[in-house]
Design a protein around this ligand. Structure first.
Ligand SMILES: [Zn+2]
Length: 357
């Protein structure tokens, strides 16, 4: 097999190297006759920690659409995707060498009629642990719970289930060797989930100072989906007439989002980048989320690490492009740490040693 050569600073340390790809792996042993495939800044394959393949506004998508979503994400540099819930069976993506590596969380698990139509397994509290155990066995090491959503009876955001039911579900998933994450917009659901040993929180706009300290101490990660939070005013407007309390809650969470997410960052909570592609947003825009995290005040190397080396380590993959690592990386024409906007225009995308874009 012909070796490929890539030259330039290799992040995160930025040391200039000649990186060769042989048989899908990285080597720094010079390969005589290797053709130079690209020069530029070389970044370990990006990670979208909150994305939905096989899902659109109406629920599950046909496989051809799902494939197009995966290609868009890949061409944007996302080579490892933690799927945050999909109504479609996307196991087949594992068989495709040209599509991103995928960590599936199975299907969302929510309360009956308390989430977006056609998205979730909709259950009542007494079924939650059993269904969570089943999804844990069917997924790739994660399950996704709908922590809170609008309650029409309450007219406001409310936890989907009582804390004891969530705690039993988290234990059931852990017993199957799976980690648990949950969609959480509001505050009320969070203390119970964190106390019960949840592994990650999605969105997290209801976090408070005491809770971010507890998350940091318990090593609970946060995927803030900053771009998604910009949609809160739309949700508030849509509910304003029938559910004024809900509209007020969403408006308040939106107004405080920078303070909330940065308080988690400052407390030492590990934050990761999630585009929420497919969950109302488009695919292939992980760059937008890194820029949004940096715009909140995170340093560029933190924001990029949250979408690359730090996230790879968190999910159990090679954090850095060491000798023998799988050749998953993205080459950029300029230094992304000097200007993150170059993340929107990758020069080359290399997945499993193949130049795919
Ligand atoms: Zn989502």
């Amino acid at each position: 097999m012909n070796a490929l050569k890539f030259s330039g600073p290799v992040l995160p340390d930025g040391e200039a190297k000649d990186l060769y790809v042989v048989d899908g792996r990285v080597t720094y042993e010079p390969q005589p006759g290797a053709e130079t495939a690209a020069r530029g800044w070389i970044v370990p394959g990006l990670v979208d920690a909150h994305c939905h393949l096989g899902l659109d506004d109406d629920g599950a998508t046909p496989d051809a659409d799902t494939e197009a979503q995966a290609v868009e994400d890949r061409d944007g540099g996302a080579l490892l995707i933690r799927d945050a819930g999909s109504a479609a069976d996307t196991r087949w993506i594992h068989e495709r060498a040209d599509l991103p590596r995928l960590i599936r969380a199975g299907r969302h698990i929510g309360r009956t009629r308390r989430y977006i139509r056609n998205y979730a397994h909709e259950v009542e509290a007494e079924q939650l642990a059993e269904v969570t155990a089943r999804e844990a066995r069917a997924g790739d090491g994660w399950v996704k719970l709908v922590g809170d959503w609008i309650s029409r009876e309450a007219g406001d955001l409310a936890p989907s289930f009582p804390p004891e039911a969530f705690a039993a579900a988290i234990t059931a998933a852990h017993d199957q060797g799976a980690k648990v994450t949950a969609h959480c917009f509001g505050h009320a659901v969070l203390p119970g989930l964190i106390a019960a040993g949840i592994d990650c929180i999605e969105h997290g706009t209801g976090l408070t100072t005491d809770l971010v300290d507890a998350m940091a101490a318990r090593e609970v990660a946060l995927v803030p989906t900053v771009m998604q939070l910009d949609k809160f005013p739309e949700y508030a407007a849509a509910g304003a007439e029938r559910f004024p309390a809900y509209a007020a809650t969403m408006t308040d969470l939106h107004a405080r989002r920078r303070e909330t997410i940065m308080s988690a960052y400052e407390a030492g909570v590990a934050l990761f980048a999630g585009s929420d592609g497919g969950g109302i947003s488009r695919h292939g825009n992980l760059a937008g989320e890194v820029l949004a995290m940096a715009a909140l005040g995170m340093p560029a190397d933190y924001a990029l690490g949250a979408a690359s080396w730090s996230a790879r380590a968190w999910l159990g993959w090679n954090a850095t492009l060491d000798e023998g690592a799988p050749a998953d990386f993205v080459v950029y024409p300029t230094d992304p740490l000097a200007d993150l906007s170059v993340l929107r225009t990758p020069e080359r995308v290399v997945l499993r040693g193949l130049v795919v874009a």
